[in-house]
Design a protein around this ligand. Sequence first.
Ligand code: F6P
Length: 324
Amino acid sequence: MQHIAVFTSGGDSPGMNACIRAVVRTALHEKLRVSGIYRGYQGMIEDDFVEMNAHSVSNIIQLGGTILKSARSQDFRTPQGRAKAYANLKTRHIDGIVAIGGDGTFTGANIFMQEYPDIAIVGCPGTIDNDLYGTDYTIGYDTAINTAMTAIDNIKDTANAHGRLFFVEVMGRDAGFIALMSGLATGAEDILIPEFHTDMDALVQRLEAGFRNKKNSSIVVVAEGDDAGGAFKVAEEVKKRLNSHIEIKVTVLGHVQRGGRPTCMDRVRASRMGMSAVYALLEGKRGVMIGETNRQISYTPFEQAVKHHEQLNPNFLKMVTVLA
Ligand code: F6P
């Protein structure tokens, strides 16, 4: 292996830059050529490559977003798109790739490797959702939960000042990790997540019990993918059923959770995973996602990483009921 490429794909996450930096610097350390591909699979198809050197990744470890940009490519879903991507890689004599992304990224990589087995691909888990099997933490998750926590702390101040009930929506289409952690860290009255069915009556009873206990304000954290709908829908339903005149407000945190300076843990984790990814390629590993499991570097086949989501520990939900 003499020339590898690195790209970021899907939803960006804080720490992706630290991971790119580690891939580039490790590759150069091992005397490999390294190219960056802009806009993930789309750039691979459109021949948007850049040769990278040590300076290409100077002063980026602390930055959110991704210097290589990101995209969700529809063209890569077609055999024609993938054939173009393959041709562009071959023209540059690239035979190894580090893909930084989530579910969609590794699903695409898996299909590509089956069609073109002469290109070795390994992945680093870059997503704020923490919804990949085979790693305790994904790159960006720690930053996102801290961003959400700080935002909810701010909302708590004003909720308390006015004696209001807030529904705060956080990201997580299929996974409730961000909601669960940020809700626990801010002492939310309830946390609604996609992994568990939301019982609207039970939620209302819980809130009413709180008010009877002289709670002045309350926070309910809602993951965007909860089965009861987003925060607006839940707030509307609660308003219809609640036996209280408390004023209800809704805040959707949205993409504020995707940006910002990565935390120390995300920078270090991303650097470690990026470096391990290059060594994995050199050791002949392929089709695996690099993870960190019980503090050790682990390797999980793409197929498993995307199919079996990391399980949420139900004890955390018990914490909400006992501690709120
Ligand atoms: O997968 C990461 C994520 O931030 C999800 O939590 C969210 O549902 C989705 O991406 C939003 O994607 P987009 O930025 O394309 O709207």
